[in-house]
Design a protein around this ligand. Structure first.
Ligand code: PLP
Length: 253
């Protein structure tokens, strides 16, 4: 939003702040501007763990930041003017970004944009306008080969659905755990929950770390627990987490 304001007028079509960003908006809630150049969304939000299950319908080209869920589920790219994603979650190492953009949008770039920042420059030069991060691109090849072996994005989506379903089932089965995110908007990449007290949450993270289950502390802005179960996290990893949770509840419930 801040960056967009540098280049033009911006209208906030919906703001989840008053509800602490616990849900995604319904189509009818969007205050869309007629004739807008584009509409921007973040398809999966990592802090509260919410995602768009149904993408907004817009006349203007829809642009989505898919950094935290790219290649985790099948997406109809035709619905988007542009999709962009940092590589660091599901594609490969940090330092790369993937862009899927309609040709008509590539052509629409004004001359006031510095040459390097024009998608046209990179499209015309097959992403070789400058010397790219070759090592990271090589790792992306290894990741995508691995993904193809699992049945591609469709195969990965099935695994991700199974992982998320198992974890949410564990959370929903007991009042010991609470899940703040709106159920219909639950993310299958970032699963967020609370324990009865912050002391228990601290104990949970500490004991989980000792058991080899790392990175479960929630984002510093909201606290609680968060499991980021990106593509690299296996079904067995999630099973291990759920088994640990059952044991923890037994001893601390
Ligand atoms: C949806 C989304 N966008 C952007 C970012 C930030 O990416 P970067 O650190 O590459 O700016 C993240 C987190 O890494 C994210 O989850």
């Amino acid at each position: 939003l801040k960056e967009g304001k540098i280049t033009g007028a911006i209208n906030v079509v919906w703001d989840g702040k008053s509800e602490k960003y616990m849900r995604k908006p319904a189509q009818g809630e969007l205050n869309l501007t007629p004739g807008a150049a584009y509409v921007h969304i973040c398809s999966n939000e990592t802090i509260e763990g919410i995602r768009f299950n149904n993408f907004p319908q817009t006349d203007a080209p829809l642009i989505a930041d898919m950094s935290s869920e790219i290649m985790s589920r099948v997406i109809d790219v035709n619905k988007f003017g542009m999709i962009y994603a940092g590589a660091q979650k599901n594609i490969g190492p940090s330092g790369l970004a993937l862009v899927i953009i309609k040709k008509e949008l590539v052509a629409r770039c004004p001359d006031t944009v510095p040459v390097f920042f024009r998608y046209k420059t990179h499209a015309e030069n097959q992403s070789l306008y400058n010397t790219p991060n070759t090592w990271a691109i090589y790792i992306v090849k290894l990741v995508t080969d691995w993904l193809l072996g699992l049945g591609g994005v469709a195969g990965m989506e099935k695994i991700n659905e199974e992982k998320a379903a198992l974890l949410y089932k564990t959370l929903d089965a007991s009042a010991y755990w609470t899940t703040p995110a709106n159920k219909a908007d639950r993310s299958s990449m970032n699963v967020v929950w609370r324990l009865p007290s912050e002391e228990l949450e601290e104990k949970f993270v500490k004991q989980a770390t000792a058991a080899g289950l790392i990175g479960l502390k929630g984002h510093r802005s909201v606290g609680g627990i968060r499991a980021s179960i990106y593509n690299a996290c296996s079904l067995d990893d999630v099973k291990a987490l759920c088994a640990f949770m059952a044991e923890f509840e037994k001893s601390n419930g």
